[in-house]
Ligand binder design. Structure first.
Ligand SMILES: Cc1cc2nc3c(=O)[nH]c(=O)nc-3n(C[C@H](O)[C@H](O)[C@H](O)COP(=O)(O)OP(=O)(O)OC[C@H]3O[C@@H](n4cnc5c(N)ncnc54)[C@H](O)[C@@H]3O)c2cc1C
Length: 492
């Protein structure tokens, strides 16, 4: 596995040697170059499932943390959905006290190795960073996520599992096992409540295991967090579909649970509703990624479900899920993968870093184009996508310039596989089997500011409430609801 050299690394080490031992002035800190993230070579990594970003060395983490100006206003903290005390953790990391740094993060976030990898820091904690503002370049903000990832990877095994208070005699059911549920279960268990987590799949972790690919988030990291839940006594029941295996209300009325947290996510794929979507070779991104990640389709020796072998793939959509699907298709052996997106690169909702990685790996971007029909052969298999070209008009409600179709611009893109990645709706089963639950027009649960649903004793959080959102927002909601459930259980 070859590693791209960090161009700024030597320069920074030299500077670091000059500064070491001296108290750093803001001017010194402004002069420390940002540490690049070492990464696998793009063409090599596009054909293996190994992690793309390889992580900082201890030295790099220390140098990067030393760039923090320790400003009094700490706007980074308000940019973090779970309010990690970022300057304090960076202060420890800058002194090489990585365990203490992790201790600070753990006060607010249970999943730092995961969030350090997948959080959109550029639009959260790093966006308002004073250093980025002083350098007039938000991309030069302190790389908070990369330091977080380093301290979590280096020290997570050294910290004992969180302490659990004496048993309260109260029982809580947590439905789903994604980040919202993990956060809720951990907090409730630490308060001494008995927690049972019910997960529909055979493996816990939610999107962290079935959606986000191995090359961005190695599954051993998710497994370690799930193991911590088990160590503190959370009972995890897999292959348990609440609504079918057992009704939600039965958990309360018949099974003796005192409260329920619902974190069932947004796993219902949307389709384009165009001709040909039922052909063999059309997948939702959810199905494609689940087969690849959860069922290990990339590993011929271990795959427990087959996957369609593709040569030419079209991925419809321009978000993070589309990038994950396109990059997974390359790793599953496709010769040519094209993203088909109806606006321009500038309007793409995917993280810049993901777009950049996909481009480096050889994914083609067919922008200002949209699929209007999928064509099949006489066996009912995909043979091409008919696209229509677009131009950009005025800004629409989303703040992006709206795509306007150009009649007569039809073209054929020859492919054998189409992956539809245009978004997900909330999972419908619980609302269908629990009519008392109030939902909004998108099918998301309606909750109060603490996460309480319209059904007494039932709280909810994460994507089932927010619609498809982010890991850290889901965790924040899980924690807020857990605090409310704990208050409720303390009063009954
Ligand atoms: C491909 C992909 C890539 C993403 N990349 C990123 C990223 O890089 N960064 C980021 O911050 N966010 C990312 N996201 C979004 C993020 O993963 C989600 O916002 C987050 O996982 C939501 O957490 P959750 O706990 O609400 O639900 P989920 O993670 O969706 O977990 C819900 C769980 O509930 C289970 N479940 C559903 N119904 C039932 C039932 N009736 N009974 C029992 N169990 C049930 C499901 O099987 C699932 O395991 C990505 C999403 C996808 C799909």
């Amino acid at each position: 596995m070859s590693v791209l050299p960090s161009l700024l690394h030597d320069e920074a080490v030299k500077l670091w040697a000059e500064l070491e031992g001296k108290p750093l002035s803001p001017k010194d800190r402004l002069g420390i170059p940002m540490q690049e993230m070492p990464a696998q070579d793009p063409l090599e990594r596009a054909r293996n499932m190994g992690e793309v970003a390889l992580g900082y060395s201890a030295e790099q983490a220390q140098i990067e943390a030393s760039r923090c100006l320790q400003c009094k206003t700490a706007p980074c903290v308000s940019g973090c959905p779970v309010s990690i005390d970022i300057p304090r953790f960076l202060g420890f990391a800058a002194r090489g006290q990585f365990q203490d740094a992790l201790g600070v993060i753990r006060e607010a976030s249970l999943l730092p190795a995961i969030c350090g990898r997948v959080c959109p820091q550029e639009s959260q904690c790093q966006a308002p960073c004073t250093l980025g503002k002083s350098l007039k370049n938000p991309l030069k903000a302190v790389a908070i996520g990369r330091v977080e990832r380093y301290v979590a990877d280096a020290c997570s095994d050294q910290l004992p599992p969180p302490a659990v208070k004496p048993d309260t005699g109260k029982k809580v059911a947590v439905i789903g096992s994604g980040p919202a549920s993990i956060a809720a279960a951990a907090d409730l268990r630490q308060q001494g409540h008995a927690v049972t987590m019910f997960e529909a799949f055979h493996k816990p972790g939610g999107v962290l295991v079935y959606g986000i690919p191995e090359f961005r988030l190695p599954k051993r990291i998710v497994d370690r967090e799930i193991e911590t839940l088990r160590q503190i006594g959370v009972d995890i029941q897999t292959n348990f579909l609440v609504g079918r295996t057992r009704k939600l209300k039965d958990l309360l009325d018949k099974d003796g649970f005192d409260a329920v947290f619902v974190g069932t996510g947004a796993g219902l794929p949307k389709f384009m509703k165009i001709e040909g979507e039922n052909l063999v070779g059309v997948f939702s991104a959810n199905e494609y990624l689940t087969r690849c990640n959860l069922m290990k389709a990339y590993d011929d020796q271990r795959a427990s479900t087959p996957i369609y072998r593709s040569k030419r793939v079209a991925v419809l959509g321009g978000g993070n899920v589309a990038m994950d699907a396109a990059r997974s298709a390359l790793r599953l052996g496709a010769e040519e993968v094209s993203i088909v997106y109806r606006r321009s690169l500038e309007e793409m909702p995917a993280r810049q870093e993901e777009v950049h990685h996909a481009l480096e790996e050889g994914v083609r971007f067919l922008t200002l184009k949209n699929a209007q029909k999928i064509l099949g052969d006489d066996q009912g298999r995909v043979r091409a996508v008919e696209t229509l070209s677009y131009e950009l008009g005025e800004k629409d409600a989303s703040g992006r310039r709206s795509p306007i179709a150009l009649p007569g611009s039809e073209a054929l893109l020859e492919v054998d596989t189409v992956i539809v990645a245009i978004g997900n709706d909330s999972n419908p089963l619980l609302r269908q089997t629990t009519p008392e639950l109030e939902v909004n027009k998108n099918g998301n649960f309606v909750v109060d500011e603490e996460g309480l649903t319209s059904l007494p004793k039932v709280w909810a959080g994460g994507d089932i409430v927010l619609g498809a959102a982010t890991v850290i927002l889901a965790m924040g909601q899980g924690r807020k609801a857990a605090a409310a459930i704990h208050r409720f259980l303390s009063e009954v």
